[in-house]
Design a protein around this ligand. Structure first.
Ligand code: CAA
Ligand code: NAI
Length: 725
């Protein structure tokens, strides 16, 4: 709602819809009523609009976009109503003014912001454009380049930057509402024409056409298959080409195109899924609502290799003092140099005026080879080689050395958390914190609880993720956890497709066209083929422990491809050795080129194993890779390893480069239709009966049997199933 008050000549309208004052139908109605009341009262000379609880407004209600009562049209009409008021209207922006919230402020004649406020038009990130005339007003206020940047990226800008751009008239450090009322009193009686943005011309540029054509190329490149940035661009371009009213009509047309696109639905789902994934529960009954985190005032990282370096950097950036430990002085020096380089780069990227990174102070960042230095830390993250015996040895040591309450975390990518915990005397404090490479950049933190992990330990890891500005997703313990477990059948299909006649570049192209940042073969080359090779050796799938007489392409009755092992045996570990599934310009090079050596290896391999190569079309490549990954997702849900499909989708969007505008693998399955996914899996598993990853999961079959139930109802079918068992 909105609250109406007087201060004495200024009517105060306060938007009120906790927690972030979204513009529900009721809020818009109350705002309109407040404006009419102020207009009708001759003793009111000016109006001030602010928000309850130190927040202006987060804009339209994202949960309400799919509702037929969506109040978008009335928002635009209301913004016009504010602008046309005969009495000056001042916005007092505290906290946030986002989307429709900022559009309301743009309808006002003046804007005062608190120094800590942030403003933005993030509609593009929801697959939309600012549909309440924001694409037409903002360029008139701050010029085309700045408006285009804000509207096509959706970035939030701080108040100080908004002041420089001319988006706000005043920035205050104290009481914003009082400052806005002061300004309202001051401007009573002044002409409003120049303050009405719809009447202003768009500021000219020396060569608007050239600017726009360059900007369009940039926007398209950054969009990576997402429609909204391009249509946001078109709406802003309309502002430069048409009078205000025509521009508004164009904005509305483009908005409707986006609103009905599947991408908008997927991106809005992704926004809500990220919030839903914060509400974790475990089958044992622990939950986000009852568990309390313990404070993390200091941390340690063991192992400063690829992952440890990024983890230390992340902790330092979050202002948590760190002890960084390596196995000997030589590794320590290499690790220290790498960490310092990362931190220096991060410091350069930081905003002017932001708090500086204090990494030269040994009280904030200490390097050591002495485990005794870990005595007092609140939390340790182990990131040594992926080797169970080594991890157990380290956890045993930690359990003896660290103070009783310290949380012991492992960054293992697949190993059993319970087995690691069994080496300690405090398994309730052992937890998996699976970072993604590069750890200081990637947003995902997969948090894995073991059989004995306490709710406090889970809550503390979730809190840590927030402190590191990451998305923490809590999952159960199984080989590969959620992300890597779903990845195994996907990569396996990609390799099988090569055996049957395809090429790495063909498979990668199909998945990159779908929207992945890189396809499975480029990804394997980047991560290093030796990582999987070592893991397969550990599992007895390749190497000397494979019993004599085992068929080359079969393990325990299932299809197996030795192709990745053959590459590793020839020293082709991917980018790091300059050769893998592709060839690179040098060891460590990044430009992948198709490799004739690999093509002839494939031909020879097929000959040796009597495989008749066939042409494999794009549809089969896409379906076999994606549907096997999705199928594993259903098995994970049925086993209770994750609490819901949203969790899987958040993991894939933030850790595996899944295109956000396709909502995550489980959401994508719901858009394809579960009966169709099931039928395709049936077809492929009949053709490849020795591939368990293609055999449809029981949970998928159950859901498909009832049609294509909405994704938010899936888990209820699971509980119906278990209660009957
Ligand atoms: N609609 C509905 N719910 C919203 C919301 C919105 N616009 N913004 C936030 N929320 C909800 C969240 O879902 C969350 O709900 P739960 O507690 O039930 O999970 C709650 O508000 C708090 O949000 P966060 O957990 O994200 O809190 P935060 O403090 O980390 O961030 C925020 C706050 C910066 C406002 C962030 O939530 C955000 O970026 N929100 C989206 C803002 C946005 O994109 N607005 C544009 C909407 S489109 C529009 O306005 C124009 C139009 O008509 C087309
Ligand atoms: P890495 O080989 O780059 O680094 C491991 C580091 O641990 C080395 O610097 C080594 O000297 C150090 N180390 C070994 N024994 C030690 C000991 N006893 N005491 C102190 N330090 C010791 O390995 P990477 O890639 O950083 O992986 C680390 C862990 O993170 C592994 O468990 C891996 O599975 C996991 N992981 C790796 C990812 C990746 O992309 N590389 C992604 C996610 C998880």
């Amino acid at each position: 709602m909105a609250q109406y008050a007087r201060s004495p000549a200024v009517a105060v309208i306060r938007l009120r819809n906790p927690p972030v004052n979204t513009l529900s139908f009721a809020v818009l109605q109350a705002l309109e009523d407040g404006l009419e009341k102020a207009d009708a009262d001759p003793s009111v000379k000016a109006v001030m609009i602010c928000g309850e609880n130190g927040k202006f407004s987060a804009g339209a209600d994202i949960r309400g976009f799919s509702s037929p009562n969506r109040p978008v049209k009335s928002l635009a009409a209301l913004v016009s109503l504010i602008e046309s008021s005969k009495k000056p209207v001042v916005a007092a922006i505290e906290g946030i003014a986002l989307g429709g919230g900022l559009e309301v402020a743009l309808g006002c004649h003046y804007r005062v912001a608190h120094v800590k406020a942030r403003m933005g038009l993030p509609e593009v990130t929801l697959g939309l454009l600012p549909g309440a005339e924001g694409t037409q007003r903002l360029p008139r206020l701050i010029g085309v380049p700045a408006a285009l940047d804000m509207i096509t990226t959706g970035k939030h800008i701080p108040a100080t930057e908004a002041l420089k751009l001319g988006l706000v008239d005043e920035v205050v450090e104290e009481n914003t509402v009082e400052a806005a009322i002061r300004l309202a009193n001051k401007v009573i009686g002044q002409p409003l024409g120049p303050r009405r943005l719809s009447l202003k011309p768009v500021p000219k540029l020396p060569d608007m056409e050239a600017f726009l054509s360059q900007a369009r190329v940039r926007v398209k490149k950054q969009a990576q298959g997402c429609l909204a940035p391009e249509l946001c661009f078109q709406a802003v371009r309309a502002a430069t080409q048409m009078p205000f009213a025509d521009g508004v009509r164009r904005e509305r047309e483009l908005f409707m195109v986006l609103l009905s696109s599947g991408q908008a639905r997927a991106l809005q789902y992704a926004f809500l899924a990220e919030r839903a994934a914060q509400k974790w529960t475990t089958p044992g009954g622990a939950s986000w609502s009852s568990a309390t985190p313990q404070p993390v005032r200091s941390a340690a990282v063991i192992g400063l290799g690829t992952m440890g370096r990024g983890i230390v950097t992340s902790l330092v950036k979050a202002n948590i003092p760190v002890v960084a430990l390596e196995q000997d002085l030589e590794y320590l020096n290499t690790g220290r140099k790498a960490v310092m380089l990362l931190l220096e780069r991060e410091a350069m990227k930081m905003e002017v005026g932001a708090q500086t990174l204090d990494f030269h102070n040994p009280a904030r960042l200490q390097f050591t080879v002495d485990f005794d230095s870990l005595r007092d830390v609140d939390l340790v993250i182990e990131a040594v080689f992926e080797n169970m015996a080594l991890k157990k040895e380290i956890f045993h040591k930690l359990s003896r050395i660290c103070k009783p309450g310290a949380l012991l975390c492992t960054n293992t990518s697949a190993l059993n958390i319970d087995e690691i915990a069994s080496a300690t005397s405090r398994p309730q404090q052992v937890i998996g914190t699976h970072f993604f490479s590069p750890a200081h950049v990637m947003r995902l933190l997969e948090i894995i609880y073991g059989r004995h992990t306490s709710p406090t330990a889970i809550a503390t890891a979730v809190q840590l993720a927030k402190a590191l500005k990451k998305v923490g997703v809590v999952v159960g313990n199984c080989f590969g956890f959620v992300g890597n477990r779903m990845m195994f059948p996907y990569v396996q299909q990609a390799v099988f497709l090569l055996e049957e006649g395809s090429r790495p570049e063909a498979v990668d192209r199909v998945l990159e066209d779908f929207g992945f940042k890189i396809g499975p073969f480029r990804m394997s080359d980047l991560a290093g083929l030796d990582v999987g090779w070592r893991s397969r050796q550990g599992q007895g799938l390749t190497g000397p422990s494979v019993p004599a007489g085992t068929p080359a392409r079969q393990r325990q009755g299932q299809r197996y491809s030795p192709l990745p092992d053959l590459l590793c045996e020839s020293g082709r570990f991917g980018q790091k050795t300059g050769k893998g599934w592709y060839q690179y310009e040098k060891a460590g090079g990044r430009t992948a080129t198709p490799d004739p050596w690999l093509h002839s290896l494939l031909a020879q391999y097929r000959d040796t194993h009597g495989i008749e190569p066939r042409f494999i079309d794009q549809e089969e490549i896409l379906e076999r890779c994606l549907f096997s990954l999705i199928n594993e997702g259903f098995a994970i849900l049925a086993e209770g390893i994750a609490s819901g499909p949203e969790h899987l989708d958040v993991i894939y969007i933030n850790g595996y480069g899944w295109p956000k505008h396709k909502g995550g693998p489980m959401f994508y399955a719901s858009t394809v239709g579960l009966p169709r996914v099931l039928a395709k899996l049936h077809k492929y598993s009949e053709a490849h009966p020795d591939v368990p990853g293609l055999q449809p999961s029981a949970f998928l079959k159950k859901l498909a049997a009832v049609g294509n139930p909405p994704i938010k109802e899936w888990m209820s079918y699971l509980s119906q199933q278990s209660s009957r068992l």
